[in-house]
Design a protein around this ligand. Sequence first.
Ligand SMILES: Cc1ncc(COP(=O)(O)O)c(C=O)c1O
Length: 430
Amino acid sequence: MEQHSRTDAYTDRYAARAAGMVPSEIRALFAMAARPEVVSLAGGMPYVSALPLDAVGGMVGELVAGKGADVLQYGSAQGDGQLREHICEVMSLEGIQASADDVVVTVGAQQALDLITKIFIDPGDVILAEAPSYVGALGTFASYQADVVHVPLDNAGLVPSALRETLARLRREGRSVKFLYSVPTFQNPAGVTLTTARRAQILEICAEYDVLVVEDNPYGLLGFEGEPMRALRADDPDRVIYLGSFSKTIASGLRVGWVLAPHAVRAKLVLAAESAILCPSNFSQLAVREYLATQPWREQIKDFRELYRTRRDAMLDALEQLMPDGCTWTRPSGGFFVWVTLPEGLDAKAMAPRAIAERVAYVPGTGFFADGTGHRHMRLSYCFPEPGRIREGIRRLAGVVEDEIRLRDTFGGAVTGGSTGFQAPGPDVV
Ligand SMILES: Cc1ncc(COP(=O)(O)O)c(C=O)c1O
């Protein structure tokens, strides 16, 4: 566990759990990456400018003028009933059949993560998480003093045999697992998607070991090929707690997400939400409700998909043409992220300041591992910059990586590597 900072005069007063609250790698980088001359491939900000802002603005204005007494009032801790009905309609696109009564509206999926961790985790409890995992989830897990045990991913998502081995080992050690946390579709940060065959295997293994699954799915509707993947929750309603969000399909600034949970868990979540925030913002919820009821939201999601697909293509083409030999990367079929593996002996964390000096930013892989590994990796986001900027960013990045390779070759592998945590594709990749 991290030590409290020596320069903080309040150190001796904090609760033990505050020791796990340390700034993420992304936060430290954001200040520098925000400078206009830097091409930021770091943040996962959705491109909200693609929304019809005038129409949304008019809709919100009418909402306040017409229903202000409701819109600006407190609401219920569970969230607006009609919005929860709409949420069930959205989830049905991924094969989920749910009752609005089992949905809790949250302040983004991030708050859903917080509430779930709060109700399930005592200090030292084990959470299984993909290696790499979403940095915001790792932050939440650390703040509740969970013991995160990683399970490797490959290009087909979480590796079932590794999950089974990890569960067997933990059982032998007499340690129980509270839940498996997974982003099965268009994963953040790896950009990979759990195949259909593996979905069944993962659920089977979790049933065998009686482990709950937290399925975090903010990108599920942002696929570039075919129909949306069937959610894990669609096939095991009693085992899977599902997290959704309007951050990527409408707008992240609204801060509206949700959790769908088995009925008894839902009741605990509502109580936890009540003590955390009383109720989610009525203003945001009714804006989302109105948007879903009056605006062509399915068409808008299609537009987002096209926009992100064009940017994904720009990034993959540029990587292909410009990156030096020895670098590999994933090829996402949806979502926001490409995960790059650098040649042996390079360290993406050590390289980050040099990249910033060359006016390109990314997130070093280490932020996505609870165990300090991931040095050879970096996350690149293609969601926000225009395609021309993406290409320029990759050109700059490729130059930085070439310099690092030269340095390594001159000084004999001085730049550290460490375990990668990300394995080559397994035999069951389809
Ligand atoms: C995997 C994952 N889960 C949760 C979140 C949090 O999303 P929200 O904006 O709904 O809180 C994000 C945001 O990027 C994410 O990538």
